[in-house]
Design a protein around this ligand. Structure first.
Ligand code: BMA
Length: 316
């Protein structure tokens, strides 16, 4: 298949954005980067809201069709004012990613403090009571996403340590979700490409017959600042540090006004996806750090995009 030119693989829903601050039942600055889960026929989404004070917290929205969401009257998780969490969350909690493991809903998120960004983990069984479990990284790491199953008997996560300011994706393992290690490099920014500056995991990995499908974000630095796009990588099922393939062109680039214009323009940033029974994938993303949108494609097309690099002979 030839490289796609001049259009995006994902189809934006015609009535995007699906959530803006007009849909939030209290005053706030922006809403963006929602992470979805489907429970029976209901769609639940944990949203990142930035308050007018300037820091972020989470709220819960519910939907019957995955397109029209109602936001609950009060936030579901605020930055903690109790130690040991308070010191790590004093500047807010950001970018939640929901993963279901054995019927328990885990939220990996970024805790922001004077020390920098850390990865934190909370869980809920009913979306009413949320329990913080642990801060699971030192400062200098973010974009933690939990795999939905154990890999060789261990919990697994992708994350993005800053290193020498080179934003690459790594993988770590844990016996209990609290203690993490066995860290290995997974994939890096690619010179020349739309993801040349930074990459980070976006949606929790999706198990497919071909491997773990990871929808990630890639950043290119331009003279006008960063452009955030969405891409795909396929990781080996038994050894996810091993990359089997990677897209060449992005799944989605900022093109619409609501993706171009906002608090941070030129950003599409996914935090989760739902695979429907007919294999349509709904990808939820923050647009310009100002609203939440949805775009779709078939699972097969998205999987196929992971193998573009092999067809073109480009290293993954
Ligand atoms: C990233 C995260 C995202 C945000 C993006 C663009 O570092 O903080 O929440 O959407 O930057 O500002």
């Amino acid at each position: 298949m030839a490289m796609r030119i001049g259009r995006d693989l994902l189809h934006r829903w015609g009535r995007n954005p699906i959530l803006t601050i007009e849909d939030i039942p209290y005053r706030c600055n922006t809403v963006f980067n929602g992470t979805p889960v489907k429970v029976g026929e209901e769609y639940l989404m944990i949203l990142r809201i930035e308050g007018q004070q300037g820091y972020s917290f989470f709220a819960l929205a519910r939907s019957g069709d995955g397109l029209h969401f109602e936001v609950e009257p009060t936030p579901c998780l605020m930055p903690s004012n109790v130690e040991p969490w308070k010191s790590w969350e004093e500047n807010g909690i950001e970018d939640p990613r929901l993963t279901v493991i054995d019927g328990e809903y885990y939220i990996m998120y970024t805790a922001v403090s004077r020390y920098g960004h850390c990865i934190a983990l909370a869980k809920t069984g009913d979306f009413e009571h949320f329990e913080r479990m642990a801060i699971v990284s030192e400062p200098g790491n973010k974009d933690g996403v939990l795999f939905p199953e154990t890999v060789n008997g261990l919990y697994a996560r992708l994350d993005r340590p800053f290193g020498h300011d080179i934003g690459s994706v790594w993988i770590s393992y844990s016996p209990d979700l609290i203690h993490w290690g066995k860290s290995e490099f997974c994939f890096a920014p690619r010179a020349r490409f739309w993801d040349a500056y930074r990459v980070g995991a976006s949606a929790p990995p999706i198990r497919t017959e071909q491997g773990w499908l990871e929808i990630y974000h890639g950043v290119k630095w331009t003279s006008a600042g960063p452009i955030y796009r969405m891409g795909t990588v396929m990781l080996d099922l038994d050894d996810p540090a091993h990359v089997l393939g990677r897209c060449l062109s992005p799944l989605l680039s900022p093109r619409e006004d609501y993706e171009r214009i906002g608090d941070v323009g030129n950003v599409v940033f996914a935090c989760g996806a739902i695979v429907e029974p007919d294999k349509e994938v709904k990808i939820y993303y923050g647009a310009a750090d100002t609203s939440i949108c949805v775009a779709t494609a078939s699972l097969d097309e998205i999987i196929e995009s992971c193998f573009e690099c092999l067809e073109e002979g480009v290293e993954a």
